[in-house]
Design a protein around this ligand. Structure first.
Ligand code: GDP
Length: 327
């Protein structure tokens, strides 16, 4: 078995490796779907079609929160409990900073020391890509590959700074928001929109001297969630306290997740939601492809010329649109 890109591994070999839970093959398959080389794109599509009937049988869980809230510590404690129960857990970390700076807030494997040595856990940073659609597409495909490789819980982790949450919300079954105690008024810089996406809220670091403040924040948040638009299912977003450090409250969050999944299955939302997500996914890719194929160098230059005129108030937007498409 040669290195990827030198001796090519066939799509068939990757497929059989994945469905036989071979982690090395899974990693190589993810590298394949992340590749932008033309023939890799074709092979990736072929592989995804082969594995699709093996995918879908997992709980897809989104986890977000501001840097420092304790996401990796939480996933470490939470995830270890799950693997001890016999679950197989894949953790995909989306790092919005990675494509720009080369450095990263997330995505460092050593962040989850214990899980990174756990044979039932698989950790993979997901590159943010150049567009939001990029995040969306590669991560979604990675979810499918991990499911086909037998992982029954997929965690998609993202930094809660408001860039990729919407994309993640649109690829998971349940969205968990981690928060901290204090800062009730401005809600800790977490945008209201992100709070409204949450199916479950947990206040982490509710240990030691923090417990009192956490209980207060819990009350504030419980009031806040009642003012949010109603959930698609008959669900009131629970706010609970936890500590990734002492592991207090972690089991209860897993119980909340299971209650949520059970309810969304019984109300037929679970399947419906995934169908809508697939439709969104497809539409997004089609939109991107249209933009990509239509906007060649010349069109892009023309776009910028017209844009400059619009900015300078020398041309109306409507006329700009007409001019752009008339050529
Ligand atoms: P992330 O940036 O959201 O992934 O946050 P980390 O998991 O890296 O945690 C940030 C810091 O908070 C680290 O120093 C952790 O040790 C600490 N931390 C995380 N969870 C807890 C917790 O439940 N209680 C306390 N006291 N500290 C925590």
């Amino acid at each position: 078995m040669g290195h990827f890109g030198k001796t090519r591994i066939s799509v068939d070999e990757l497929y059989h490796g994945i469905i036989n839970h071979d982690r090395l093959m899974l990693s190589k398959a993810i590298t394949l779907i992340e590749s932008r080389r033309k023939d890799d794109i074709t092979r990736g599509a072929e592989l995804l079609d082969k594995i699709i009937s093996h995918s879908g049988k997992s709980i897809r869980l989104g986890i977000t929160g501001v840097p420092g809230v304790g996401k990796s510590s939480f996933i470490e404690s939470f995830g270890s409990q799950l693997t001890q129960k016999g679950h197989r857990l894949a953790i995909l970390s989306i790092d919005p900073s990675s494509s720009k700076s080369g450095g990263s807030i997330l995505g460092d494997k050593t962040r989850m020391e214990q899980l990174s040595h756990d044979p039932n856990a698989y950790i993979r940073p997901s590159p943010a890509g150049q567009t939001l659609g990029g995040v969306n597409n590669k991560t979604r495909e990675t979810i499918l590959l991990c499911e086909a490789a037998g992982f029954d819980i997929i965690i998609v982790e993202t930094v809660g700074v408001g860039q990729s949450e919407t994309a993640v919300k649109d690829m998971v079954d349940c969205f968990l928001l981690l928060m901290l105690s204090g800062g009730g008024d401005e809600l800790q810089g977490i945008k209201r929109g992100i709070m409204e996406m949450a199916d479950i809220i947990a206040i982490n670091k509710s240990d030691g001297d923090n417990v009192g403040a956490s209980k207060q924040t819990k009350k504030i948040l419980e009031n806040a969630v009642h003012l949010f638009p109603p959930h698609e299912i008959n669900w009131v977003v629970p706010v609970s306290l936890c500590s990734a450090l002492t592991k207090h409250g972690i089991t209860e969050i897993w119980d909340d997740i299971n209650r949520f999944i059970a309810l969304s299955q019984s109300e037929n939302f679970f399947k419906h939601n995934r169908q809508i997500q697939n439709a969104h996914w497809y539409r997004q890719l089609v939109d991107e492809e249209i933009k990509h194929t239509y906007f060649d160098e010349e069109k892009r230059a023309r776009y910028r010329q017209i844009e400059a005129k619009i900015i300078a108030n020398e041309m109306g937007v409507r006329n700009g649109l007409r001019k752009l498409f008339e050529s």
